[in-house]
Design a protein around this ligand. Structure first.
Ligand SMILES: C[S@@+](CC[C@H](N)C(=O)[O-])C[C@H]1O[C@@H](n2cnc3c(N)ncnc32)[C@H](O)[C@@H]1O
Length: 411
């Protein structure tokens, strides 16, 4: 096994994990960073060394963890796993005065709870370091130091260094979660799905804790979300190249834009939500690029579209209403969804309107024909992002239909 920090070997498999529904967005992000990418059900596979892993941790918006493959083992049961892991040179990877966390995904007849595999693996690794160095690192479930991840299927084990630690969705800016906040990675994917790139206006009139608008601002400003984090697991490995990491951070800072082409407006009828969003935006360093309002979505300020922004730069409005599973009651929400349809028709002519919801029945009450429907998962709930093209004179659908065929503009 070559040392993971060895830059002469720069072609290790890197598995970037993400929730189901996000791989197409994650793949596009990797390709934009110049890396080959193969989509999996809940991740994307690429190749590279520690430098690439550091870059991905800094820049990715829709990935959760960057896992670097370091070994493949055969182990039929936990005893064999411990034996095989004990043969790897962990003393060259994990500092004796460091901290180790092991996590895993296990399908093996001898292991009912993956925490048992984590414990066995952790013991084998620290015992190996103790044998070689006479001391052992601390360990525990909090990812505060070096992190190892095992993917164990029957008797095939892939051993990864988790270069991330706490998942990338924890950007560090959401100190004030409001009701039912969206994960930051999901919010980023939703913004990317709208095609918003900072050239037009972005409206979030049910902003909650502000996640969609904050992610929109980070995208518009080309700010690497990893710059907001306090740290990553790769910083706790032997051979961590602090200079190369600082250079990557400098490059990311230099690449960020100072201003946004259009306006980003966010509002909520709950003043406490607006205050939470404002504080989160301040922590994310984007407060000055956002305009806040406490009001019903129907009264939200809608800026004039600027014709020179062109069709791609036209305004985008994303609403993420409650959908009855966690908050609010379905019958009370019917009127809200119908109100969204009216709001889109009456106030957002020429815009692209989006509704993100986990309730397909409620979505029908928007009453407009959706041009596009993208499936996402919010925790375990299947959700959809419905796109409405709000050209002049958008018609009411004859029957409520959340995802009918694409209408021709002006038809
Ligand atoms: C599911 S939460 C949005 C969560 C948000 N995406 C986030 O990441 O924090 C729905 C939000 O819509 C707001 N809301 C509900 N009805 C509203 C209305 N009529 N006008 C404005 N905001 C409304 C709620 O106060 C709540 O903050």
């Amino acid at each position: 096994m070559q040392h993971p920090a060895d830059t002469s070997e720069d072609q290790r498999p890197l598995l970037v994990t993400c929730p189901k529904g996000l791989p197409p967005f994650l793949r596009a992000e990797l390709e934009a960073l110049g890396l080959p990418a193969r989509e999996l059900a809940a991740g994307v596979l690429t190749r590279g060394g520690m430098h690439t892993a550091m870059r991905l941790n800094l820049h990715l918006r829709t990935g959760h963890r960057v896992l670097m493959e370091i070994a493949r083992l055969h182990a039929a049961d936990p005893v064999a796993l411990a034996h095989e892991l004990g043969r790897l040179p962990w003393e060259d990877i994990i500092p004796v005065d460091g901290h180790l966390t092991v996590d895993s995904s296990v399908h093996n007849e001898h292991v009912r709870d993956s925490r048992f595999a984590n414990q066995k693996a952790k013991d084998a690794i620290v015992d190996r370091i103790l044998q070689q160095e006479g001391r052992r690192p601390d360990s525990g479930p909090d990812p505060v130091g070096a992190c190892v991840f095992l993917h164990w299927r029957e008797s095939d084990v892939t051993v990864y260094l988790d270069t991330t630690g706490a998942p990338l969705t924890r950007r560090g800016y959401r100190k004030m979660p409001h009701s039912a906040p969206m994960q930051e990675t999901l919010a980023a994917a939703v913004v990317l799905a709208t095609g918003y790139d900072g050239q037009g206006h972005f409206l979030a009139p049910m902003c909650g804790s502000g996640t969609l608008a904050i992610e929109a601002a980070l995208i518009a400003l080309d700010r690497a979300p990893g710059l907001l984090r306090s740290g990553f697991a790769f910083q706790h490995l032997i051979g961590f190249d602090a200079e190369a990491y600082e250079e990557l951070r400098r490059e990311a800072h230099a690449r960020a834009r100072k201003a946004i082409g259009g306006r980003i407006l966010l509002s909520d009828h709950d003043p406490a939500a607006v205050e939470a969003a404002r504080q989160n935006a301040r922590t994310a360093g984007v407060e000055g690029h956002l305009e806040f309002q406490a009001c019903d979505f129907r009264a939200a300020l809608v800026p004039e579209l600027e014709p020179d922004l062109g069709p791609e730069g036209a305004g985008v409005c994303v609403l993420n209403p409650e959908y009855g599973d966690r908050l609010g009651r379905t019958d009370q929400l019917t009127a809200v969804y119908a109100g969204i349809g009216d709001f889109f028709k009456k106030r957002l002519s020429g815009w692209r309107g989006y509704v993100f919801t986990g309730n397909a029945e409620l979505a029908k009450h928007v009453g407009l024909r959706a041009k596009r429907r993208i499936i996402f998962y919010n925790a375990k709930i299947e959700c959809r992002l419905l796109e409405y093209e709000l050209y002049q004179g958008t018609r009411k659908a004859k029957a409520p239909d959340a995802a009918a065929p694409v209408p021709l503009p002006g038809a």
